[in-house]
Design a protein around this ligand. Structure first.
Ligand code: GAR
Length: 207
């Protein structure tokens, strides 16, 4: 049984997709032990509570500086001792010491086809605004392992989504979620939980 902690910041639709997939048997061999949010008002926490999953609030704002937050956040993760950490719309940078301690055990969902439209400043709706500004015709989502870089770790899965005439950032975000994110993330978790993904030479490979 893979023990999972999910980190969230907002709406929690990806968290919901994971919980639904667990319930429907599309993710097997996992147990969600906690949801951590940096935002006490996140709807994601309500979604977790509705399924009796403990919610924990930890925000950089609650600490004197980033180092103190990083130390406390890493310590909390050590206590929880998950086998897998899932960043499902978590908009706080993961502390370097946590990345090192949980190497190849942290996955992130990003709403673009990495390496396009990612890195510093590219998160949430902003990604879709930049996609529309640039006028690309295809976008999508990526699930990847987290390393010390920003959106740079080994790529586990990607799915392309067409941009449509008349799209707004909101309509595009919704289509990317429906067609890509809510499909890719549960599948990646199921693949990891059932030993179908490994990291070799810095790349995620099927096994
Ligand atoms: C999702 O689109 C996710 O891919 C994105 O934030 C949104 C969270 O939505 N994550 C990032 O931009 C990370 N760089 P949700 O709270 O409804 O799952």
């Amino acid at each position: 049984m893979l023990r999972i902690v999910v980190c969230v910041s907002g709406g929690g639709t990806n968290l919901q997709a994971i919980m639904d997939a667990e319930r429907q048997g599309r993710i097997t061999n996992t147990e969600m032990i906690a949801v951590i949010s940096n935002n006490a008002k996140a709807k994601a926490l309500e979604r977790a509570a509705a399924r009796n999953i403990p919610g924990i609030v930890m925000s950089p704002k609650g600490y004197p500086d980033r180092e103190a937050f990083n130390a406390a956040f890493t310590e909390k993760m050590r206590e929880l001792a998950p086998d897998l950490i899932v960043l499902a719309g978590f908009l706080v940078r993961i502390p370097p010491q946590m990345v090192a301690e949980f190497s190849n055990r942290i996955v992130n969902i990003h709403p673009s086809l990495i390496p396009s439209f990612c890195g510093v400043g590219y998160y949430g709706l902003k990604v879709h605004e930049k996609v529309l500004e640039r006028g690309v015709k295809v976008t999508g989502a990526t699930v990847h392992f987290v390393n010390e870089g920003m959106d740079e770790g080994p790529i586990i899965a990607q799915k392309a989504v067409y941009v449509e005439e008349g799209d707004t950032p909101e309509t595009l975000q919704r289509r990317v979620m429906e067609q890509a994110e809510w499909v890719l993330l549960p599948k990646a978790i199921d693949d990891i939980a059932n030993g179908r993904i490994a990291v070799r030479d810095g790349r995620a490979v099927s096994c």
